[in-house]
Design a protein around this ligand. Structure first.
Ligand SMILES: *Cc1c(COP(=O)(O)O)cnc(C)c1O
Length: 638
């Protein structure tokens, strides 16, 4: 198509739909980023970021972080709550917290704490290590620190240390026995704790995390236990410490109805407890604010059918309505949105380093004397397209002969060379079939898989286990788009494969023009020209959940700050070096310097035996050591 436009590219990649206002396709066909929502003049051409990364000598794949996007999301969430509270004439305040488990990277948490200071935005921790982390950050005086997750005695003591430091630390009781140990330790140390209770909810969220609610939920107290907890605290003279009701019905809530239902249920519990004389002041609605990964704005697992504004309004107005009906004070509102805060701010940029395609293989298929009839049958199918044969019949015959040929090969009836010819012809026929199918209205069921079978596999220099764990573990869809050439029509249908030695190391679920597609449209690779693709919205969970499969380890990272005065509108504030081979080996209990010595000794022996020249031996020794200290991923470029 000669007149391919940016609008066509937008329809295909849906950048604006998933981009959250930060990403769009520029007129030059490159991806553009507007990282600060209050400054639309800062517009970064992503290709200039790649050029600068190369100039800095940083090897790909690279995680690119836009700190301004993080700041923007923190401001947006807080401003949206404030606005909604004002409009609703809601009497309580919003005191949100960022759950660090979503992305614990120091620079990320630092940026969020800094951007959140004007809003008294706090932090949430769910484990001892996270609690130790959170305690080391200086959040604003009024902000909350919320502690979820299962807790041992040490955890409780750390929480009370936080109280000593003057912080508003709320220990959320997930399990009744935690209350007993908290009370015991608080009395021993003579410190008043601030206590929250997590309610086991009957409402279930829709989506991948729906088991966070319902009777079999792993966290939370039943209604009976909550009432018992309140009574127990009163008996112990600590009734005034119970301040917060917590619930969390799951992450990535796809349907706004579950948010409304949860607020209705939680609001009722709060109101009843108030009426029973419990002096609760806060209701914490947990996380769950979703991200529209596939840009469909639907209840599909990778999307959501609501906006941030709508979510916030449903929390604020929902709580107000119940409290007014029940004639209890409006509680302060807490939410623990992590995904929505961090998802957009980082992405993984990788180079496509090769193409794997069955139907492109060049092989001489000329007829030879006394070749097997299966091979000639297959060859004779080629003209069948021109004499009007039924496409399904051609497909059936070709498939059957291919199967028979493999059997015949095993029985030593046809030769290796004949099998190669037959397979080559088979793929040529399939490619032709796929072309022909584009002209027909009705595509038979069996032939629908042809597009996928014929698609290329683009080999990407990254590991899905490190950089996109959820696409592997829970079929999460993440947007993948090329960084350049979006003003050209993409002519290659492909899926993506990574460089791990694992056939699971692939992505074959993409944003498609209609819903989810098993192929992605990318551009034909040009010899000698680099082609980069980005995996987007990796800032929540993906950044920190990666594992060490094949010992690839962490990626090089580049932190981008926007700067209106800079010609390119940005500068690289920091480069964080990813894993070196010696680094990942040390984790696996190897001693890289001993390894280098061992290999050097082996080389020396060969030198002594005259099998390697001394000069050459030194080169090999240095080469081994360089690789040992180098990056774990493929070395691409010059
Ligand atoms: C994981 C979790 C969150 C964060 O949820 P998001 O959906 O990422 O916002 C918040 N609260 C609790 C208790 C969690 O377990």
């Amino acid at each position: 198509m000669a007149n391919w436009t940016i609008e066509d590219a937008e329809r295909l990649y849906r950048v604006k739909r998933w981009g959250g206002g930060y990403f769009e396709i520029g007129e030059n066909g490159n991806l553009h980023v507007t990282p600060a929502f209050d400054n639309p003049d800062v517009r970064i051409d992503f290709n200039t970021v790649i050029e600068e990364i190369k100039q800095e000598g940083v090897q790909f794949p690279v995680v690119v972080r836009f700190h301004d996007i993080l700041r923007s999301q923190v401001a947006l969430l807080n401003q949206t709550f404030r606005q909604s509270i004002k409009e609703a004439e809601y009497q309580g305040q919003y005191q949100g917290v960022y759950p660090v488990k979503v992305n614990q990277m120091r620079e990320v948490v630092e940026e969020i704490v800094d951007a959140g200071a004007p809003y008294d935005y706090g932090l949430e921790a769910g484990s001892k290590a996270e609690l130790l982390t959170v305690l080391s950050f200086e959040t604003s005086e009024k902000s909350l620190t919320i502690l979820n997750g299962y807790k041992d005695e040490e955890f409780m003591r750390l929480a009370l240390l936080g109280r000593k430091l003057g912080r508003n630390i709320i220990v959320v009781v997930e399990k009744y026995s935690e209350l007993l140990s908290l009370v015991r330790i608080a009395k021993e140390l003579n410190i008043d704790p601030i206590i929250g209770v997590r309610s086991k909810m009957t409402v279930k969220g829709r989506g991948k995390w729906e088991s966070s609610g319902g009777d079999r939920a792993k966290f939370g107290l039943t209604i009976a236990e909550i009432i018992n907890a309140a009574k127990y605290l009163q008996e112990q003279g600590l009734g005034h410490c119970l301040k917060l009701l917590h619930f969390h019905i799951g992450s990535q809530l796809t349907d706004i109805r579950s948010v409304k239902d949860a607020v209705a249920e939680g609001g009722r519990i709060y109101a009843e407890l108030r009426k029973m004389g419990v002096d609760m002041t806060h209701v914490d609605v947990g996380g769950g604010l979703g991200v529209d990964y596939d840009g469909t704005q639907s209840t599909s697992d990778s999307s959501r059918n609501y906006s941030m504004q709508e979510y916030v309004a449903d929390v604020v107005y929902g709580m107000k309505e119940i409290c007014d009906l029940e004639e209890v004070p409006h509680p302060n509102l807490v939410s623990e949105s992590g995904r929505a805060i961090t998802a957009h701010h980082s992405c993984v940029i990788t180079q496509i380093v090769g193409e794997i395609k069955n139907s492109d293989i060049q092989f001489d298929t000329q007829a030879s004397e006394d070749e097997h009839v299966l091979v000639s049958n297959m060859r004779d199918l080629v003209p069948a397209f021109d004499n009007g044969s039924n496409l399904q019949e051609i497909f059936n015959d070709a498939s059957q002969w291919k199967e028979q040929a493999i059997e015949a090969f095993k029985l030593r009836v046809i030769s290796l060379e004949e099998l190669a010819k037959l397979e080559t012809l088979y793929w040529q026929i399939m490619a032709r079939l796929n072309q022909e199918l584009k002209q027909v209205e009705f595509v038979p069921e069996e032939l629908k898989g042809l597009e996928y079978a014929l698609s290329s596999q683009y080999l990407c220099n990254f590991s899905i286990f490190q950089s996109a764990a959820d696409t592997w573990a829970i079929d999460q869809v993440l947007p993948v788009v090329p960084i350049t050439r979006m003003n050209e029509e993409p002519s290659v249908n492909c899926s993506l494969v990574d460089i791990t030695c694992d056939s699971d190391g692939k992505i074959d679920q993409f944003i498609g023009e209609q819903g989810i597609s098993d192929v992605l449209h990318l551009h034909k690779l040009k010899p000698g020209e680099e082609y980069y693709a980005g995996l987007f919205l990796t800032g929540a969970y993906q950044d920190v959940m990666g594992d060490m499969h094949n010992l690839f380890g962490r990626l090089n990272e580049v932190h981008i700050f926007s700067d209106d005065d800079d010609p390119a509108d940005f500068y690289i504030e920091e480069v964080v070096t990813g894993s070196s081979v010696s680094g990942v080996l040390s984790i696996m209990q190897y001693n890289p310097s001993a390894m280098a010595k061992d290999v050097k000794r082996a080389i020396d022996r060969q030198v002594a035996a005259g099998n390697i020249k001394p000069r050459e031996g030194v080169k090999w020794t240095d080469f081994y050591e360089d690789c040992l200290h180098g990056y774990t991923y493929l070395k691409t470029g010059k």
